[in-house]
Design a protein around this ligand. Structure first.
Ligand SMILES: C[S@@+](CC[C@H](N)C(=O)[O-])C[C@H]1O[C@@H](n2cnc3c(N)ncnc32)[C@H](O)[C@@H]1O
Length: 212
């Protein structure tokens, strides 16, 4: 079957519709965000990429990890979603957040960073150029975490049906939904995958080794 690439226009339309209610919709998955950010093992002073940052729900916990001397580079292609993130940054008075309104595959990230988060960003993870653009900016030893929906074993049919229903209004391709982390795994060499919520959600973490 031909690989169906993520569709930027479809994604922009999805998130233009969802931006106003997105934070409420995601509230059920907040424990997964906490687990994903914990797995980043952030240290004060770190710089971290938030790829596909959406409305900026991860910014607070990321800032808690990197502290005032750290920095967040948050990339988001949807103008509607990043506007919410911009409001959040303004309200909190965060000065160490750089918001980039661009597709991750085209974003100019700048200096090398210590960590990267892909939280519920299936479309980004299924675009090898986007993954490569982030991985290219990671220092040796940098930690990377990807998390989100995935379809698991056939016996978990009811869970898979719920995952597919949720995915259909949040991603533009179901390609790779069984192993959403596969391009990241290829780029990093090794990755640890934890399954949660009866196998419908994963948190994959890895580190940039010396040889890539
Ligand atoms: C489900 S939301 C996740 C948002 C955020 N990471 C969170 O944890 O709440 C997926 C986000 O990825 C963004 N996105 C999808 N493809 C993208 C791409 N290629 N580059 C940048 N952002 C992208 C969407 O616009 C959307 O805001």
């Amino acid at each position: 079957m031909a690989r169906r690439r993520p569709d930027r226009n479809q994604s922009l339309a999805q998130y233009s519709r969802r931006a106003g209610i997105y934070d409420f919709e995601l509230s059920f998955f907040e424990p997964i965000r906490r687990r994903a950010i914990e797995r980043l093992g952030l240290r004060p002073g770190d710089t971290v990429i938030d790829a596909g940052c959406g409305t900026g729900l991860s910014l607070g916990p990321l800032i808690a990890g990197v502290g005032g001397k750290g920095r967040i580079v948050a990339i988001e292609q949807s103008p509607d979603m990043i506007e919410k993130a911009r409001e959040r940054v303004r309200e909190h008075g965060w000065r160490n957040v750089t918001l980039i309104n661009a597709p991750v595959e085209e974003a100019e990230i700048g200096a090398k960073v210590d960590a990267a988060l892909f939280h519920f960003t299936h479309d980004v993870l299924r675009e090898p150029v986007a993954v490569a653009n982030v991985v290219d900016r990671l220092k040796v030893g940098a930690r990377v975490v990807a998390s989100g929906l995935n379809c698991g074993h056939l016996w978990a049919l009811p869970v898979n049906l719920v995952v597919l229903a949720a995915a259909l209004h949040s991603v533009s391709t179901l390609e790779g939904i069984v192993r959403p982390w596969s391009h990241l795994e290829e780029a990093l060499g090794r990755i640890r995958v934890e399954q949660m919520m009866l196998g419908g959600v994963y948190v994959a973490s890895g580190m940039v080794g010396r040889k890539r």
